[in-house]
Write a protein that binds this ligand. Sequence first.
Ligand code: ZN
Length: 291
Amino acid sequence: MQHDELWIGTMLEGKARWVAVRTTDTVEEARRRHGMSPVATAALGRLMTGALILASSLKGEESITLRLLGDGPLEGVVAVGNAQGNVRGYVREPRVDLPLKATGKLDVATAVGHGELAVSRSLQNGEVYTGMVPLVSGEIAEDLVHYLLTSEQIPSAMLLGVLVEKDYHVAGAAGFLIQPLPGATEEDIQAIERLLEQLQVGISELVAQSLGMEELLDHLMGELPYHVLERRAVGFSCTCSKARLSDTLVSLGEKEIANLISDGKAELVCHFCNENYLFNKDELQQIWERA
Ligand code: ZN
């Protein structure tokens, strides 16, 4: 059985770097946790896969947050990835259903709508840098490529794909990024462009055929030789806990907590993973004392 993994390497004799990631289980877990429709699964799955790819160049405790602030029926999509290969995320309206496009594909662009992409990098020292760009297509891979070029001056090519079965299960999800490095010639860049144009089958379809990472890369790279530098496991993982949410309750203030105590209990749900946390009267009493 295959597991979700992220591989990093070089190609074109070190004149380009690439990142490839399989996220089938990660996206399926997000779908199950949030009870998402196919189009919501595709949108969040692509964004989470993109977050893992961009987070792969971070260090230590750094993380990256991608937010699609669109006017489409999903009403916003958020994904957070970190350097350890953990990702979490949600869509505001998980049950949105739209007709398929004429091509038979899920209509992610309409579900996302027009608006902006916000990319926030949290550094080790706690500083957060946010860049905003307009959404160019709402298909997500193109939007991330546009962000990398205009905000970070890094030319990139990216594929993001999520294949959802008729029974809503995720059959395959994956992403692939190529970035020319200093020293890359016009010919190298053309070779990269040709590579992606020549792909006959979508990346999620390739993964759904249960190819291993090596076979997937052989398909993606075609005739071009490539070198693998690093492999790491990736997966859905949230940072929430009962202790963290009790801090949130403390921040509500004495009066609000007193109201909850008179209700006899409080139930909090984590946006990112849909986990339920129940606080009973005794626990609320302790929180009230802390406040
Ligand atoms: Zn959570």
